[in-house]
Design a protein around this ligand. Structure first.
Ligand code: 0X9
Ligand code: ZN
Length: 255
């Protein structure tokens, strides 16, 4: 989805549901798209009309379908990867610092990095499309669940520190505060490696490392483990609302 009210706007890209079972991410991304199109709130109208929004609600469509038809807990893509196993972890398959920790070369593993960087059609398509628009993008946000974390790259120690880490910290802390404001939802904030774990080949590492998009964040949305991936439907809109609050703040900080 591209939402654009006028020429010359800078863009924000939202990637969601690259992991098949993380359903609240696409539910929230589509709620946010609707909000950008229909809200009468002046702050939302401002960011809707003065920023171009690129929204990829389901970055892993085959896996997403499989979580509806066969296995609710499926994570990966679905292309055969060996005689007995299917799929790669798309968030280990991007081609910057690929296989430098926290990923597996076993095709049956849930964190299988793929046979090579961008071996999966989903990651290759995302990256190829992104290269056609990256010059217009100021920030890229990646929606995962769950654990209530907000993080910035890299997901591997091989990447060193990002060039504008201090600015990510300043902006991220303001977003973290907004995530808590409406419903008291507590997010932890920090670098990927120190906040969650080493995970190389993630999309945002490539987005920051190769096209070098200035600002890049990854969310792990609700909850903290009570329901996990099977988040009750009544939490979808509150989750989306607090996320929207943090995106409004992100744009304010970027300005
Ligand atoms: O392991 C992951 O890919 C993410 N956690 S999840 O539970 N949603 O699977 C964390 C990814 C952090 N991002 C990068 N390493 N780029
Ligand atoms: Zn995920």
């Amino acid at each position: 989805i591209k939402i654009s009210y006028k020429q010359g706007n800078k863009g924000v890209f939202i990637e969601s549901n690259i992991h098949a079972r993380e359903w609240v991410t696409s539910a929230s991304a589509t709620w946010i798209a609707n909000e950008l199109l229909t809200s009468n709130n002046s702050m939302i109208r401002d960011i809707a009309e003065n920023v171009d929004w690129y929204i990829l609600p389901v970055a892993n469509p085959d896996g997403f379908v499989f979580t509806h038809t066969n296995n609710r807990m499926w994570r990966k893509t679905r292309m055969p990867s060996s005689a007995f196993c299917w799929g790669a972890d798309p968030n280990r398959n991007f081609g910057h610092l690929w296989m430098t920790g926290g990923s597996s070369n076993n095709p049956c593993s849930d964190t299988y990095a793929g046979s090579g960087p961008f071996s999966e059609p989903e990651t290759k398509a995302l990256a190829n499309f992104y290269l056609t628009i990256e010059k217009d993008i100021i920030a890229y946000v990646d929606f995962h669940s769950f654990s209530q974390l907000l993080m910035y790259p890299y997901g591997t120690n091989a990447g060193g520190r990002i060039d504008n880490e201090q600015e990510h910290i300043e902006i991220g802390k303001a977003m973290q505060k907004k995530l808590a404001e409406r419903f008291g939802t507590k997010y932890q904030f920090g670098n990927i490696v120190t906040t969650i774990y080493v995970a190389s080949g993630g999309s945002i590492d490539w987005i920051k490392g190769v096209p070098n998009t200035p600002f890049v964040f990854v969310y792990e949305m609700r909850d903290t483990g009570r329901y996990g991936f099977i988040l009750p439907a009544k939490e979808i809109i509150p989750n989306a609302q607090e996320t929207m609050d943090s995106l409004v703040e992100m744009v304010k900080q970027l300005r």
